[in-house]
Write a protein that binds this ligand. Structure first.
Ligand code: SAH
Ligand code: SF4
Length: 366
């Protein structure tokens, strides 16, 4: 949505205050409007009854909040919900809600497609169209909340937000940081910063910036224990190799005073899942502030990879655990509706010519 009218939605508190000062109003109007939007889910300024009538009319004319249209809502047998949202010009993005006992995780998209070109990822295969605005990111949260309804005593079913949908969040730095601001603001989504996770394929300079500008939880898609393999699986590695990436991660933990980062590792049959890979991975992570998340590969048409067998994943996990690394295997959720990690494809007209490496697993492995 390039519609400036939507911008009120994506504005962090300070920017919203400036907006009101800019139209001759008092800064506290920002608090009132945020309470309406995020506290009560009211996006029509006409209904914001503690604003004067003239201001309500002015906002309705100047800044009506339009949420993207929901094209489809699908629910998986395991309770996972996937929304396909209209991003204009024929583009479609996807948002996923994953309920678990005691928590509910919303997985949001940050871009229409992705330019990073990781060959095992459906979004990567789609290519890249454009960045989402902060408003479009926050709109995903509002729409999901609206659809899911509140729990008892008005509690939101969304306890965690992860930037693990379509796109590389740190390649859309400004909008993602703005959205994170709103997610953790007491007047808006009220999440603690530990419950907002940005997952990156490894944009080192942006990891450094994030430490000073947001301090949310960080997850890093490692997927390989050596540069030769990672160059092929996560092509951005050619610019920022593993040693540089991990150094930035440890510095992030230090600078943000968090306990650890999450290292993500997709389990690809015969590619990165041998005991030798496990040993090398262990030597990278041993004694470091990291927990390891093994993600069984989720297939999609034309991927050219297979998921590691359960016993191979279990052997890998045991080797890492035995080295003292906290390792969990991520349960596959929503794969019957193509909502699992790496299966989100939306509808993307690719506008870049694959800047990084080859597009297909077949080209790499056959
Ligand atoms: N662009 C971000 C967020 C991506 S989604 C990133 O790459 O970190 C979250 C995780 O799912 C990432 O670790 C990503 O590498 C992984 N993933 C991508 N495709 C996958 C697939 N087909 N199966 C399993 N995990 C996949
Ligand atoms: Fe982009 Fe992440 Fe998919 Fe790589 S894994 S193509 S960075 S969305």
């Amino acid at each position: 949505m390039n519609d400036p009218a939507l911008s009120l939605l994506g504005l962090p508190r300070r920017d919203l205050e400036q907006f009101f000062v800019g139209i001759g109003e008092k800064p506290f109007r920002a608090r009132q409007v945020m309470k309406w939007i995020y506290g009560r889910g009211v996006t029509d300024p006409g209904q914001m009854t503690d604003l004067g009538l003239a201001l309500r009319h002015d906002l309705a004319a100047r800044a009506p909040i339009r949420l993207p249209a929901v094209l489809t809502t699908q629910e998986s047998a395991d309770g996972t919900v996937k929304w396909r949202l209209d991003a204009g010009s024929g583009q479609v993005i996807e948002t996923v809600f994953i309920p678990e006992p005691g928590r509910g995780t919303l997985c949001v998209s940050s871009q229409v497609g992705c330019a990073m070109n990781c060959p095992f990822c459906a979004t990567g295969h789609q290519g890249f169209n454009r960045n989402l605005s902060a408003a479009e990111i926050i709109a995903q949260v509002l729409l999901a909340r609206r659809d899911l309804g509140d729990l008892d005593e008005g509690r939101s079913p969304i306890t965690n937000v992860v930037f693990m949908g379509m796109g590389e969040p740190l390649a859309n730095f400004r909008s993602v940081v703005q959205a994170c601001d709103i997610l953790v603001d007491d007047l808006a989504c009220k999440l603690s910063r530990r419950r907002v996770t940005v997952s990156t394929s490894g944009l080192v300079p942006q990891i450094k910036r994030l430490a000073s500008e947001s301090r949310v939880a960080l997850a890093v898609s490692l997927h390989a224990p050596d540069d030769e393999l990672r160059n092929r699986l996560v092509p951005i590695n050619r610019m920022h190799p593993i040693a540089e990436l991990l150094a930035a991660c440890w510095a992030y933990v230090e600078a943000t005073n968090t306990r650890e980062i999450t290292v993500e590792y997709v389990m690809l049959d015969g590619v990165n899942d041998s005991p030798e890979h496990a040993r090398r991975l262990a030597s990278l992570l041993r004694g470091r502030p990291a927990k390891l998340n093994l993600i069984p590969f989720n297939p999609f048409a034309g991927a050219g990879f297979r998921r590691s067998a359960p016993e191979v994943i279990e052997r890998f996990r045991n080797l890492l655990s035995a080295s003292g690394i906290v390792t969990v295997t991520r349960r596959t959720r929503g794969d019957d509706i193509a909502a699992a990690c790496g299966q989100l494809a939306g509808q993307v007209d690719n506008r870049v010519r694959t800047p990084l490496g080859s597009r297909h697993g077949e080209d790499l492995w056959n």
